[in-house]
Design a protein around this ligand. Sequence first.
Ligand SMILES: [Mn+2]
Length: 252
Amino acid sequence: MATYVVSDLHGHMDVFEKGLERIGFTDTDVLYVLGDAVDRGPDGIRILECIKEHKNMDLIIGNHEFMMLNSVDPDGRDKCNGKDSDLWLYGNGGTKTYVQYLALTKKKRQSLLLWLRRRYVIRTLEVGGQTYCLTHSYYDPKCENRMYFELDCAAVWNIVWRSMYREDWNTRGINIYKDYPYTFITGHIPIHKVQRVFEGDKTYNDLRIFEKGNFIDIDGGCAAGYHKVLHNGALFYRLDDRKVFAEPMPAE
Ligand SMILES: [Mn+2]
């Protein structure tokens, strides 16, 4: 039995399925998807349904699931006019997800939304004598091991949007992770961006995890789709022995 994490699949079911084959995922293993399963790529809803159907898979809420929950009708009706709807549909690739969501029956939509609201925003777990903290991006002790529905909107926003590797927030460059006794595993900012923009390695194009102290970023950049220069894809990380399995994005 092994514990795996992967992040930012962004609707790329093909990469997800190939990655599961690559790691030899079985019913006795456990997988945590650290948010942003939906949007940009074609199969976000299929990925959510797949995680939901597997008892040994779980989803941590990312900013894209957060936008979806803040956009669609909370009762599963054919409406998308929540407070994040423009941001989600037109600014962040949510339209592809919404079209698939509309194809579900109202009952299935309600079941999916109920399930999403009961996912963790931050989760800690012990593997091999080490405590890992799984979060899409940021950290606040008040949100630790809390589900989406237990927290207010501002608290979730802080966790799923903020980062020390974004130019647009005042958290840029501030390493909060070092103050806590965990190994943090996050997604949200593609490793290529972290390496090129923040670490100054302007020609970086490998598909590897990014590690700095007790902070690990496993966002392989699926959001961008196939890229001729950047070797992007999904990074499956096995916590038991800290082994990385890279699943590259196939050429389009
Ligand atoms: Mn994100």
